[in-house]
Design a protein around this ligand. Structure first.
Ligand SMILES: Nc1ncnc2c1ncn2[C@@H]1O[C@H](COP(=O)(O)OP(=O)(O)O)[C@@H](O)[C@H]1O
Ligand SMILES: [Mg+2]
Length: 652
């Protein structure tokens, strides 16, 4: 079940980490061999004290130099074998683990692309970015190190303790005394640390979001002289993160203090006790040497437990954060169902953010690209030869084969809107006949963008249905739907790619389509760019003006010759003449296209066959521009305020 992250307290680290198994499975043979090799190497280390014992009680006691040299040779060989085996282990895991990391990252990216827009609306991009970077790195480190070494060190400590008990069980018990307080400290530590680790990782996500927003919004920040306040916001967040990191460091210091000090005290006590007994003659000097060097050999395995546990905690948190995204339900492949709502995890510590982002950021593009063609294909305006303006029949079109684009009693409420608020769209009935272009007019915030987003199923209708030529859109696959419907938004997003690649993203094949689309969108300026249509644009490339980008977005929408065009005010940045030229070209080329065009200017409205007025979530009037202008005061008011000037006179 996809979902809200469970609070860190309520999850078991082991259970969480077990979710990594499917990714680790393919490399399990290597991982297990590596762990086995490490155990062997570690145990070889424990043989060294036994050789020492043999040397002290044998050749050294007997003053036999040859025996001492032999012992030294054994020690050297053992040390060498231990070092070589550890080196071999490292070599064994390095490659497969970077493979695991790459696979997980690719999986995350793929999944992000399939998640619905509603998910991206609610998740800050920095949270997604930090999951794809920092968290995955933590996971790789965990697999490389703590995963193996918690096991290896556990086995080493066990074997070491057994050796010590066999050497001398009273001294062995003295060494074991700190085990209980150390274990208790570990348990307490684990709980506290997991909370701090989660907080820190979420704060990294928030910080990433701020950095990303400031980079994307640099013009606005500079334009309004907001760098100070922006820097302050950043400082506050990074101060919080620093506080959390310090808390982690304090926790780690505490546990290390306990883990290092107590065993050290026990070793000291064992040394004193052992020395007394050697003096008594009840213990051989060799046994004491062996005992103490075993105890010292166990120091690293014991001391490291603190940070191995800390890394495991962080890995568990990273896993949790990774799966919060992976568990979110992707867009269903075909049928209705997936009403986005409960399906998406709510990001932790979510920061308030603008939802309406169709930004141009590299990372954000990454997410956006995911939305298959729908989002990135833009539209175009259009329509086709004017047809007699017959007022649409409302409510009476339940069955309508091959009958254009129809909204049947469509209501829509954003998934995260409080349930007591009025829906954004309320029982919309609208019929756009085949080949017709219908302009959608309404005040800002009246729901025009929302309505256009329902057609390519960027959001799912809450009630009612939408049909394309008689087929419910929820009954077609998204691929089919999005190949028939092209959309262009007011904010034209271009990707870091060449002009040609950006346009051909909308479908079409080859030069001819590209040139035709550029011509239709009046985007011939592309040919005059430094490398023509191969010029790089977008984040890393040439900056284009708003109107130029809009025209490319438009070309992208028309390049695939879609049956249906949905244009959310995509010509807002064009001057009236260019706009008229675009529309004239669209009409010629896309004669069979059915279009829904959000319009603000009379000039745009005039090019549509009919106009629908959206007000208070409902379609309150439908008719020609002139009819509405005369009959509908709200429409008249909206049009008179339109900036493009009064163009009623040049009606076709
Ligand atoms: N992703 C979203 N989540 C929640 N509310 C939204 C979202 N997008 C838009 N809205 C709300 O829906 C209403 C209609 O917005 P929109 O369709 O963008 O209007 P328009 O395009 O007509 O200006 C607004 O009140 C807006 O606040
Ligand atoms: Mg809008």
């Amino acid at each position: 079940m996809p979902t809200t992250p469970s609070p860190p307290e309520s999850r078991s680290v082991v259970r969480t980490l077990l979710r990594l198994w499917p990714y680790v499975r393919p490399v399990r043979a290597r991982l297990f061999s590596a762990a086995f090799i490490a155990i062997v190497a570690s145990c070889i280390g424990l043989v060294i004290p036994l050789v020492l014992k043999w040397m002290v009680d044998g050749p050294i006691a007997d003053r036999d130099p040859a025996g001492v040299w032999l012992g030294a040779l054994y020690l050297l060989l053992l040390g060498l074998a231990e070092a070589l085996l550890f080196g071999f282990r490292r070599w064994l895991v390095a490659r497969p683990l970077s493979h695991v990391e790459a696979e997980m990252r690719a999986g995350l990216y793929r999944h992000l692309q399939r998640l619905p827009v509603a998910f991206h609306d609610r998740w800050p991009s920095g949270q997604l970015l930090s999951r794809a970077t920092t968290d995955l790195m933590l996971l790789r480190m965990f697999l490389a190190f703590p995963l193996t070494f918690l096991l290896v060190n556990g086995v080493t400590i066990l074997v070491g303790v057994i050796i010590m008990l066999i050497q001398d069980w009273t001294l062995g018990l003295v060494i074991l005394v700190p085990a209980v307080p150390v274990l208790v400290t570990c348990v307490v530590f684990e709980k506290r640390y997991s909370g701090a680790a989660r907080l820190a990782q979420d704060q990294v996500g928030d910080l990433t979001t701020v950095v990303e927003e400031s980079v994307l919004g640099i013009r606005i920040i500079k334009g309004f002289g907001r760098h100070r306040s922006q820097a302050r916001a950043f400082r506050e967040l990074s101060g919080e993160l620093r506080g959390t990191e310090l808390r982690k460091a304090r926790l780690l210091a505490t546990i290390l203090g306990v883990i290092v000090t107590l065993p050290e005290l026990a070793i000291g006590a064992a040394l004193v006790l052992g020395a007394v007994r050697v003096a008594d003659g009840s213990l051989s000097a060799g046994t004491l040497v062996a005992f103490l060097s075993t105890a010292l050999a166990l120091r690293w395995p014991v001391d490291s437990i603190g940070f191995l546990l800390a890394m495991s905690q962080e890995a568990a948190t990273a896993t949790e954060r990774y799966f919060e995204v992976m568990d979110a339900e992707p867009e269903s492949s075909a049928t209705a169902g997936s009403r986005a709502a409960g399906a998406m995890g709510v990001p932790p510590l979510e920061r308030s953010r603008e939802w309406g982002r169709v930004g141009a950021a590299a990372p954000r593009n990454a997410e956006r690209r995911s939305q298959p063609p729908g989002e990135s294909r833009s539209p175009a305006l259009t329509g086709r030869r004017p047809r007699p303006p017959v007022p649409p029949k409302r409510h009476d079109c339940p069955r309508d084969g091959g009958d254009g684009l129809i909204f049947h009693g469509v209501s829509f409420r954003y998934p995260d809107a409080p349930s007591d608020t009025a829906p954004v769209l309320d029982r919309i009935d609208l019929h756009i006949r085949p080949g017709e272009s219908l302009a959608l007019v309404g005040a800002t915030g009246s729901g025009k963008t929302t309505l256009t987003a329902l057609v390519p199923r960027l959001h799912e209708v809450t009630e009612g249905r939408i049909t394309l030529d008689g087929t419910d859109i929820t009954e077609m696959s998204r691929e089919e739907l999005r190949s028939r419907v092209a959309v262009a938004f007011e904010e034209p997003t271009l990707f870091s790619a060449s002009v040609g690649e950006n346009v051909l993203m909308g479908g079409g094949a080859g030069e001819d389509d590209l040139h035709r689309a550029l011509a239709v969108a009046q985007a011939d300026f592309a040919h005059a760019l430094p490398q023509g249509v191969d010029t790089q644009v977008g984040e890393q490339g040439l900056s284009l003006s708003g109107g130029q980008r809009q025209r490319l977005a438009l070309a992208r929408a028309v390049v695939g010759r879609p049956d249906f065009l949905v244009l959310d005010d995509p010509l807002s940045a064009l001057d009236v003449h260019t706009e008229a030229a675009v529309e004239a070209a669209l009409r010629r080329v896309l004669a069979d296209t059915t279009a829904l065009i959000v319009a603000h200017r009379p000039s745009t409205v005039l090019l549509a066959d009919r106009v629908a007025l959206l007000s208070g979530g409902r379609i309150t009037a439908v008719g020609t521009h002139h009819e509405l202008l005369h009959d509908n005061p709200e429409y008249a008011h909206l049009m008179s305020g339109a900036p493009a000037g009064n163009q009623e006179d040049d009606e076709r």
